[in-house]
Design a protein around this ligand. Structure first.
Ligand SMILES: [Zn+2]
Length: 251
């Protein structure tokens, strides 16, 4: 697995007896990467899964998380008409992830970390973690990593990009640099997000907030600097949630 960490405990690699020993005694929290298959500027169709998988591997050790296999198929919306994009319906996705999350509760996990890499199913994930709580009592924190670090985009790239732009290109560069080829970033055109304008499909494979800012870059060093800030912010957000739950709710 790209960016894999030999210390990470992975659910799919445990035997059931090991699981019985470890959960919840040693590990009471599970992390699941969630994404979709979607066209992205000059980077791969699986970008939205690769980046949360990378983050899960990096966060697993310091936060004592068991890393669960990812949900690769999500709700693709305005990029669906692009070649290679795939979607499932919103209702199917929401029901499927609700059952996955509730399943973690029944397995004995007290806490769930959802590492989401895709903007098309933000609301469904919010509903699903609440439904999983109602069913099994599991507590959840859902992170949409690219929304958490606008200041890191400013600091490293001089502005915020968006879909298929500087941030996601940095994530793939950090996870698996061989998948980002400088020539596939050449000549990319971006469309600007504009309040009050909805386009279907989105008219370009890259979206940015300001023309000319946050465009994809193949610079590995900047990508690492950016992803270090992202990883740190994710870690802080999870630690804050866990600390609150422990102190306020005894979890
Ligand atoms: Zn994406």
């Amino acid at each position: 697995m790209a960016g894999s960490n030999p210390q990470a405990v992975r659910l799919a690699e445990l035997g059931w007896r090991e699981f019985r020993e470890l959960v919840p005694k040693t590990y009471d929290a599970v992390a699941i990467p969630v994404g979709t298959i979607e066209a992205h500027g000059g980077i791969p169709l699986g970008t939205d899964v690769m980046i949360p998988e990378y983050l899960a591997e990096r966060l697993a050790g310091p936060l004592s998380l068991v890393v669960a296999p990812a949900v690769n198929y999500g709700i693709t919306r305005t990029l669906l008409p692009y070649p290679g994009s795939h979607t499932v319906s919103a209702a199917t996705f929401q029901q499927y992830v609700t059952e996955i999350f509730a399943g973690f509760g029944r397995m004995g996990f007290a806490k769930l970390v959802v590492l989401n890499g895709h903007g098309g199913h933000v609301n469904e994930l919010k509903e699903a973690v609440q439904a999983a709580y109602h069913e099994t009592g599991i507590f959840s924190v859902v992170l949409h990593w690219w929304l958490m670090t606008p200041e890191a985009s400013e600091e490293v790239y001089g502005g915020q990009g968006g879909h298929g732009a500087a941030e996601e290109t940095a994530g793939v560069l950090a996870a698996n640099p061989a998948l980002v080829k400088a020539e596939s970033l050449e000549g990319l055109q971006a469309a600007r997000y504009e309040a009050g304008v909805f386009r279907y499909p989105f008219p370009r494979p890259v979206g940015v907030r300001e023309a000319g800012k946050g465009m994809p870059s193949a610079d590995v060093e900047r990508a690492k600097a950016y992803m270090t800030l992202v990883e740190r912010r994710c870690r802080e957000a999870i630690e804050e949630a866990f600390a609150g739950w422990r102190e306020e709710l005894g979890r």
